[in-house]
Design a protein around this ligand. Structure first.
Ligand code: DUC
Ligand code: ZN
Ligand code: ZN
Length: 474
């Protein structure tokens, strides 16, 4: 038998269900033993007194994704995944966007090209389906779902992305037949357009009115509709980036009725509010994302939903636009109306430290929920478990050894993304990865990237169990 190459000694290992005090033996990039492990030739990393969790799975992040409005994402697969690695994330699932009128195959090929030779951690892809033509529904999607792309996102808003209800039903029926999971961006497009027109006519164009143009009812109505459409087809769905109590209520009602409705939330809904968009001199643009951050009461509701199980997934929704740059937040000029500000904020590196520090270390979230939300459940839902998402013999040796004892103030200059700000500047935290290990290799040490660009590998995703084509719509 091959010798053990690396031993993590005296770790306090947390999984989604257990807390163990043990050594971790690693061979060929895989975990091979948990217990007392000794091998005099192995490299030893001393983890005494350290919490060790599975590497994070960031199941919602954007990198190198084109837009139609002249803005450009600041991170490609190299900078985004280096940033991910330094923050403890060893698997990313970014999006391959289908442009309307183009094929999905073309989109997937393009994104592979963007990732290969650049990604430093492992990656799968969600597709974004914007044009469910008969060809896409009958040929491309079934093939793609069977060859490792078993999950995709659809939008209920944005003119260049959105599907109507009929198209959503077609896509949901396809997902049921083929064993795919559909993620839904739930906001009512016409309500946003109408409110935006009224706000503009009243001269209310500053960044803060982005939040006014997308109030909770807009998200709540679309969430209710998305769930109803999924109920009609009888297929699981996942509602992404849920911002607060009103849409959470819709999700909870459906879950209590026994429907398979999964939900994701993100750091911006725990740590930001709509007030941040009021920051003067166009700086509110730094916090423009959709759905927008809500109120302190919504933040509390989201914390409760994480602990009580309404949410299964905690993702970054990293959408990297620079602030002081003509391709970023101000691409249409500082002072441009809010509707021209690109949507999204950075956070791929801060996702895990924020939740561990402010959630687990402050007693709001137990450590097993932390692991489940940030690693195990996303790996399961997107067909990557048990290769990813846990610490167990046979799983990839993707591990984070945490420093949870050194307080620090978060500033953008410690981050590795290519964005010139963090929305969380100045927060006082107490958790940062000391070592991040991907397939047995240390990729980040004491906050620095210490590995090789391009080492990341594509992860084909397993399908879900598909449902029989039954019922009146078969
Ligand atoms: N939806 C996302 O998922 N990310 C950024 C902006 C948006 O609307
Ligand atoms: Zn979205
Ligand atoms: Zn997103």
């Amino acid at each position: 038998m091959e010798p053990i190459t690396t031993i993590i000694k005296n770790a306090t290992v947390a999984t989604a269900t257990e807390l163990l005090h043990c050594d971790i033996g690693i061979r060929d990039g895989l975990i091979v033993s948990l217990g007392e492990v000794n091998d005099e030739n192995a490299e030893v990393i001393n983890a005494a007194g350290r919490l060790v969790t599975p590497g994070g799975v960031d199941a919602h992040c954007h990198m190198d994704q084109p837009s139609n409005d002249g803005s450009v994402m600041a991170d490609d697969f190299e900078t985004a995944t280096i940033s991910a690695a330094c923050g403890g994330t060893t698997t990313v699932i970014p999006f391959a966007l289908q442009m309307k009128g183009s094929s999905l195959d073309a989109a997937v090929k393009d994104y592979h090209q963007s990732a290969e030779g650049k990604a430093v951690v492992d990656y799968a892809f969600h597709m974004i389906v914007t044009d469910p033509s008969p060809d896409v529904l009958e040929k491309e999607l079934p093939k793609l779902v069977s060859s490792g792309y078993s999950h995709f996102k659809i939008y209920m808003t944005y003119d260049d992305l959105k599907l109507n209800d009929y198209q959503i039903l077609e896509v949901l029926a396809l997902a049921r037949r083929e064993g795919a999971l559909v993620m839904i961006h739930a906001e009512n497009s016409d309500c946003i357009a109408w409110l935006t027109d009224k706000l503009e006519a009243a001269g209310k164009i500053q960044p803060q009115y982005h939040a006014t143009s997308r109030p909770p009812v807009v998200e709540r109505e679309a969430t209710h509709r998305a769930i109803s459409l999924a109920e009609l087809v009888d297929v699981p769905v996942l509602i992404v980036h849920v911002s607060g109590s009103e849409s959470m209520e819709q999700i909870r009602i459906a879950q209590n009725r026994g429907h398979k409705v999964f939900a994701e939330t993100c750091p911006q809904y725990l740590f930001l509010t709509a007030k941040d968009l009021e920051t003067p001199d166009f700086e509110g643009a730094k916090f423009v994302c959709s759905p927008p951050p809500r109120t302190p009461e919504d933040q509390e509701a989201v914390w409760r939903g994480l602990q009580t199980g309404i949410f299964q997934v905690f993702s970054s929704d990293h959408a990297p636009f620079r602030y002081a740059d003509e391709t970023g937040k101000a691409h249409a000029g500082k002072g441009a109306a809010f509707k021209y500000i690109p949507n999204g904020i950075p956070g791929i590196e801060t996702r895990l430290p924020l939740l561990l520090s402010e959630g687990v270390l402050k007693g709001r979230l137990d450590i097993h929920k932390f692991v489940s939300l940030t690693s195990t459940e996303p790996a399961k839902l997107y067909g990557l478990f048990p290769r990813k998402g846990t610490i167990a013999p046979g799983s990839d040796a993707d591990l984070v050894i945490w420093d949870t004892k050194t307080p620090f103030t978060l500033t953008n200059d410690r981050l590795h993304h290519n964005v010139d700000y963090t929305p969380y500047e100045g927060m006082n935290l107490t958790a940062w990865p000391e070592y991040v290990i991907s397939r047995g290799e240390v990729v980040s040490k004491a906050g620095d990237f210490v590995s090789t660009v391009g080492r990341g590998r594509f992860l084909p995703s397993d399908k879900r169990k598909s449902g029989p084509s039954v019922g009146q719509w078969k």
